[in-house]
Design a protein around this ligand. Sequence first.
Ligand code: HEM
Length: 497
Amino acid sequence: MQRLLFFSLPPHTFLATFSAFSGRHLAFPVIPIVVVLVLLLLLSVHQWRHPKDKRLPPGSMGWPYIGETLKLYTENPNFFFANRQKRYGDIFKSHILGCPCVMISSPDAARVVLVTKSHLFKPTYPPSKEKLIGPEAIFFHQGAYHSRLKKLVQASFLPSEIRGSVSEIEQIVLKYLPAWEDTTINTLQEMKRYAFDVAMISAFGHKQDSEMNGIKQLYQCLEKAYNSMPLDLPGTPFNKAMKARKQLNATLRRLIKERRETEKQSGGGGGLLGVLLGEKNQKIDQLSDSQIADNVIGVIFAAHDTTASVLTWFLKYLHDNRELLEAVTREQEGIRCRIIEANRRLTWDDTRHMPLTTRVIQETLRTASILSFTFREAVEDVEFEGYYIPKGWKVLPLFRTIHHCADFFPQPEKFDPSRFEVPPRPNTFMPFGNGVHSCPGSELAKLEMLVLLHHLTTRYKWQVVGDEDGIQYGPFPVPKGGLPVKVTPRKIRHHEA
Ligand code: HEM
């Protein structure tokens, strides 16, 4: 999600300025004008690098306007950040795609931005993202409206709320697994379908409305634009997505109306929608239809590509670490035996007794760090750890750099779940963020991973097809090609037959 922010270029004024000075107007005193222009240019480059007489963090602002954008895009982003951290320290400045930025790679400084002084750093997204998801979604806000929404969203994803969803999530898993048997699947695509189905029940509850299929199709059209250029011209993916977004709004409003009417007799119908519909603040009116619609879409957006990307990495890491795969499978087989003996289905309590699988998930979240960093913007001039951050500058806590720092995670490139046998140092492990905007869906994400992994490891084997190594961004980093794997059934042991 965050890499896309780079596509939000501010208005391009350089070309206009340049063309105004070009060509036939150069009839007389050419040399003095050129001298003045060169001096002005030097001055502006100086100001670019040293905007005020205050102490900015160290670092390079690169070239005027393009800054260090080309370097970030041509180098491996991990090296880009790590090299600068080595050269300048944990807080350094840069300039990426039109935005002056301060990058933060120490846990304590990241905590200041995300937790203790979060009111000075607002979340920031490109306008195209706000248009697609809806401007009233939780991500784009801070202050009273944000905390009101956060309480509601958090409430609907608390362990006490989601523990009842295990059997529904399991039903979704059991729908997909047989379809994968003896075929080659694109792991990322299949995990997206799975995570999308789970996101839909979390958003709308278990009540099957007639509108559900329409909503699914419109959302799929909308999501095609998340990774495309925000060009609103006829025929572009962005333009089609904006049309789908309008239709989605109309459909959601119909659904909200229906649910508001039935709510009076039988409650809000469950899911986040049910919680948002039921919310009545004594001082403020109930949430408006568009506030509800934007947040339902926002949660579906936040819930599915993230979880699917992590699951794809999980399969890759286990595939490449055979001993670990066997150990995880043994843990899951133990649970499966108990379930069969008691003639029952998988429960929430079973998912609380999967210590190794849980550690593998943690190590996957750390190693893959699919949200490499997040974006904030200084709402005023800020004195920060001895430096000055001007108002409007972007501030990026670098999760991945922290997760790959040898001081906190020795031999950081080694995939070693045993490192989580002791809890990591505070604020060093932030796959779900930290502070006011941290992820309210973390427990659901872990639950849906555990349920899928239970059935997958105990019943199937998977073999990576092809030798494509490397990473693709879509927008999160995932194994290249989405990890094609051939899925085959495992031999079932006697007592399970
Ligand atoms: C493995 C899967 C997931 C990962 C790695 C993840 C990661 C994150 C991170 C790092 C943030 C904070 C972003 C920031 O500070 O700017 C975040 C926010 C958020 N996530 Fe997740 N997430 C995952 C799954 C989910 C799920 C399943 C849901 C919904 C049920 C969800 C809903 C949200 C929402 C609504 C926010 C915005 C919170 C706010 O602005 O206050 N996420 N997520």
